[in-house]
Design a protein. Structure first.
Length: 253
């Protein structure tokens, strides 16, 4: 018996990186998992089912309301309920300038629509079901960039700061419905999103953590599992950093 037996978790961005680790962690503990992702690689799904877990995968562009609504309906028709939402899907614009002056409309829209609008749409799609089902839990992935304003990440910093504000507002609104909503701010995590950075940038990021390494996706999944577990039943509206001590480092890099 797993501690999450009987629970259903919808995880956006579950094909790779932090989302993949979160999907696997919930499944390992007994939850049924709905992997929502624009990418259709089935490695996460296959690993869960091969280990004896239950999961389905649905194609979702988190920027599109209809995709979210379809994912919610698919989850309910398959498993009968949604207990938890992990809003993990996100992007970082590493390939073009991302300062206030140099940022293009296209660059701004791409990041804001994915990282902030996507979180809003996910909650908007899931919360009515949770209200009718007696409650639920939501964890939104923000970032250290929301707290530190990292150099060259204007749109990303703005989007992730917005996620914190949205999390706190929603937590206030829906606590009476027994819906608990929290945010996690990871430091730099070793995921495929770092594929475009130079070795020098990678080393710089490692050294900015007081624990001199990159974080692991599984370490973020562990924090999400805490919020989803009974241990998190008195927590809502929180923003918790999992950043290897970067947030107490006086330097941005």
């Amino acid at each position: 018996m797993g501690r999450f037996d009987g629970k259903v978790a919808l995880i956006s961005g579950g094909v790779q990186g932090i989302g993949q680790a979160c999907a696997r962690r919930m499944a390992e503990e007994g939850a049924k998992v709905v992997i929502a992702d624009l990418q259709q690689d089935t490695a996460t799904l296959d690993s869960i089912t091969a280990a004896g877990g239950e999961a389905i995968q649905v194609k979702v562009d988190v920027r599109v309301r209809e995709d979210w609504n379809s994912a919610v309906q698919e989850a309910i028709s398959t498993y009968g309920r949604i207990d938890w939402l992990g809003n993990v899907a996100g992007v970082v614009n590493m390939k073009s300038p991302d300062t206030v002056v140099e940022l293009t409309d296209e660059g701004w829209d791409y990041v804001i629509d994915t990282d902030l609008r996507g979180v809003w749409l996910g909650m908007q799609a899931v919360i009515p079901h949770m209200q009718s089902n007696g409650g639920g839990k939501i964890v939104n992935i923000s970032s250290l960039a929301a707290l530190k304003g990292l150099e060259g990440l204007a749109a990303y910093s703005a989007a992730k700061a917005g996620v914190i504000g949205l999390t706190q507002q929603a937590a206030l609104n829906y606590a009476p419905d027994n819906i608990l909503i929290n945010a996690i701010c990871p430091g730099t995590i070793d995921t495929p999103i770092l594929a475009d950075i130079t070795p020098e940038m990678k080393k710089q990021n490692e050294n900015s953590h007081m624990i001199k390494r990159l974080g692991r996706p599984e370490e973020i999944a562990g924090k999400m599992a805490y919020f989803f577990s009974d241990d998190g039943n008195f927590s809502t509206g929180l923003t918790e950093s999992v950043d290897g001590g970067w947030s107490i480092n006086g330097r941005n890099y």
